[in-house]
Design a protein. Sequence first.
Length: 136
Amino acid sequence: MTVARARKLRRDATDAERRLWSKLRLGQMKGFKFRRQAPIGHYIADFACYAPRLIIEIDGGQHTEDAAYDSKRTAWFESQGVTIIRFWNNEVLQHADVVLESVRQTLLRLASAAAEASPPTLPSPTRGGGAKARDI
């Protein structure tokens, strides 16, 4: 059901979603790969970049009517360790360069934080870098 709905949403994309997708697709954002209308759990994210765990949501007027649903959905995404940034349709359509710069900065911040959090790698014992039994 979620996959079929995601396909329909891709087919019926808003002008703002089409415009942003034209800039996000094919690794145009510093090599980060995005998926559009990506099913994640029981929800569908407008745009998802799995590597730094970022979701971009483009909101129109319907989101003011579905605020409770959006809040529940956002809480679930965040509980999964995902960062969400939101833009209004008119922001994407009228100030695409500002939106893209915000996305770039968020991607770089998340990638930097992930690199700092990853543990250092240890030398491989098979290549002579590890401790030998006699050294212990």
